[in-house]
Write a protein that binds this ligand. Structure first.
Ligand SMILES: Cc1cc2nc3c(=O)[nH]c(=O)nc-3n(C[C@H](O)[C@H](O)[C@H](O)COP(=O)(O)OP(=O)(O)OC[C@H]3O[C@@H](n4cnc5c(N)ncnc54)[C@H](O)[C@@H]3O)c2cc1C
Length: 228
């Protein structure tokens, strides 16, 4: 029995670990086109939490009734902290796969026919296929958006510069993070939607609000974060 796990994010990794515990003999292959660890390790959970830490501390200092003064953000140190914690290097995850007696194939996979994947044009046969390919941000159909150098969570977590102005489309957890993490006194963001404390907007309502907001501001904004 050959089980192929397509996608090396947290879902794929956990599946590998669980299956190996249940079956010491089964042949397992994991296919990943970017880094083993997926979004969470490099462009989602880990970088976003490090980027929030310093802004949170500065905000806390501001609530200290004047007991702590002069707390200031240094964006470059924020990015350095992020890069130290969420370094884009999957060596340790690859080593872990080895301990699970799991073969790693790096490449872009396409399902060709039942029982066969094509990985960068090489055929890979399987008995069982686990699809763990995750999700990607939806780009709303806003006229002219293709002319804007917009960000998704990938660019927002890789940036080495704090934007002067930021328009956040999407008020879910990712949009709320982008607003909280990148906002500064100078930032004139038009954010919309909910904070994590309030119920999420429906996708339809969110898209409607995004359209109104973007049609007013996109031409004059340098950056847009599209986070759905
Ligand atoms: C900004 C942000 C912050 C987040 N913060 C948190 C948090 O603090 N806590 C939390 O629990 N969750 C958080 N999440 C959610 C978390 O990141 C996801 O739930 C998690 O990454 C989903 O894991 P996954 O394995 O399903 O998908 P992914 O992590 O997306 O992994 C899928 C993998 O499949 C690979 N892949 C896709 N297609 C192919 C193909 N055709 N060929 C080869 N490989 C392919 C991709 O390269 C990717 O590595 C956050 C998400 C975002 C966007």
């Amino acid at each position: 029995m050959h089980t192929v796990v397509l996608g090396g994010g947290s879902t794929g990794e956990h599946f590998v670990g669980a299956l190996r515990r249940l079956d010491h003999e089964v042949e397992i292959t994991l296919v990943e086109r970017r880094l083993v660890g997926g979004e969470c390790s490099y462009w989602a959970c880990m970088p976003t939490k490090t980027m929030l830490r310093a802004p949170e501390l500065v905000a806390e200092a501001g609530r200290s009734y004047g007991a702590v003064t002069g707390a200031k953000l240094d964006p470059q140190r924020v990015f350095a902290f992020r890069d130290a914690v969420a370094e884009r290097d999957d060596t340790s995850q690859v080593e872990w796969l080895e301990t699970q007696n799991t073969r790693l194939i790096r490449g872009d996979a396409v399902a060709v026919e039942p029982g066969v994947l094509s990985v960068d044009d090489e055929a890979l046969q399987y008995d069982r296929l686990v699809i763990a390919t995750g999700s990607s941000p939806a780009i709303p159909p806003i006229e002219g958006i293709e002319t804007v150098d917009y960000w998704t969570n990938v660019e927002a977590t890789e940036t080495l510069e704090a934007p002067d102005r930021l328009l956040v489309l999407g008020g879910g957890p990712v949009g709320s993070w982008a607003r909280g993490s990148h906002s500064s006194k100078e930032a004139r963001g038009c954010s919309h939607g909910s904070t994590p404390m309030r119920p999420r907007l429906s996708r339809k309502r969110c898209a409607r609000k995004a359209l109104t907001c973007a049609s007013k501001h996109v031409p004059s904004m340098s950056l847009v974060t599209v986070c759905y």
